[in-house]
Design a protein around this ligand. Structure first.
Ligand SMILES: Cc1cc2nc3c(=O)[nH]c(=O)nc-3n(C[C@H](O)[C@H](O)[C@H](O)COP(=O)(O)OP(=O)(O)OC[C@H]3O[C@@H](n4cnc5c(N)ncnc54)[C@H](O)[C@@H]3O)c2cc1C
Length: 284
């Protein structure tokens, strides 16, 4: 069990990780790559104190390098679900469950838009997790709809179980596929149930599958943790960055405006201090 898990790979997460390491917490950052932070799109930043001008990606790389040099660990994977227990918090990510004593959500404000039909068919032919649900599609034909590199690993995993795996790109990303996975043209538009199967519509055509797996680099906070209290779509926190769930803190854009680096970094610092104090109290 690790002391602190941080979900996110933007300024809030790395700042939180640095302060946690300065307080000697074993710290694991789980993120989907720094290029998934909205900051990676900023060509030029001129309002971050101490750095007159820098690109978003360079600033993110420098935050990450500094946190790793301070001894924090990282895993590049999408966190899919969080379960808060009395003495720990479990995070389902990739093919594993990670257990920690406290958790910080630094998920950013970007929320994935779902396809029409997706929400309704989730668990009824549509899945967000190859490892959890792949077994139900042994010997069957499935489609993988992916918005990021993580979809490739999942498609390869499914190709070992299923009779056919077609790969659709929802958003451009690197995807070198083995022969067992077939790339299909056309952007997914919507899904509908047809008998026992799922019809996937792209702009140009449609196809029937036994199952459809959808992989994105983010999950909305209330999907991760259904009991989490939110306000206007942002996670509700107090000044200590505590959420409505014990042992779970939040920081950065996911807690609300202003959506700025300095605010994200400051909240990351506060979240780490609050988590460290909580863990000290529990030890004492
Ligand atoms: C084009 C642009 C220009 C900007 N310019 C400036 C500027 O000049 N100055 C300024 O102060 N601010 C600027 N901003 C705002 C700034 O980028 C944000 O305020 C800042 O990035 C917020 O940091 P964050 O860590 O809270 O979230 P983000 O940077 O959005 O990071 C969130 C991270 O969480 C990860 N994540 C989400 N869900 C999961 C999951 N389930 N599992 C694992 N990882 C997950 C994401 O992949 C991402 O890495 C700009 C924003 C944009 C879009």
């Amino acid at each position: 069990m690790t002391d602190l898990c941080i979900l996110g790979g933007g300024p809030a997460a790395w700042s939180c990780a640095m302060t946690a390491r300065a307080r000697s917490l074993e710290t694991l950052v789980i993120h989907t790559g720094i290029s998934q932070s909205v900051l990676s799109r900023a060509e030029k930043i001129v309002n971050y104190p101490g750095i007159p001008e820098i690109s978003g990606l360079d600033l993110l790389a420098s935050f990450r390098d500094q946190a790793l040099a301070m001894g924090c660990q990282e895993r590049v994977v999408n966190a899919r679900q969080v379960m808060a227990m009395e003495d720990s918090v479990m995070v389902l990510c990739g093919q594993d469950v990670v257990e920690c004593r406290a958790l910080v959500l630094a998920l950013g404000a970007a929320r994935p838009a779902l396809l029409p039909g997706e929400e309704d068919l989730l668990g009824r032919g549509v899945s967000w997790c190859g490892t959890c649900d792949g077994i139900f599609y042994r010997g069957k034909e499935v489609a993988v709809l992916s918005a990021w590199e993580g979809g490739v690993e999942e498609a390869v995993f499914l190709a070992d179980l299923c009779s056919g795996v077609d790969y659709y790109v929802m958003k451009e990303h690197e995807h070198s596929l083995p022969d067992s996975v077939h790339e299909k043209a056309g952007r997914p538009q919507s899904l509908e149930k047809e008998g026992d199967r799922i019809r996937l519509h792209t702009k140009e055509s449609s196809a029937l599958y036994d199952g459809v797996f959808i992989f994105r680099p983010a999950v909305s906070p209330t999907r991760l943790l259904p009991d989490l209290e939110t306000e206007d779509g942002f996670i509700r926190v107090n000044r200590r960055m505590e959420t409505s769930i014990p042992r779970v803190f939040a920081c950065g854009d996911c807690t609300g405006r202003p959506l700025q680096i300095a605010k994200a970094v400051g909240e990351g610092n506060v979240a780490a201090i609050s988590a460290s104090e909580l863990l000290q109290q529990k030890k004492g």
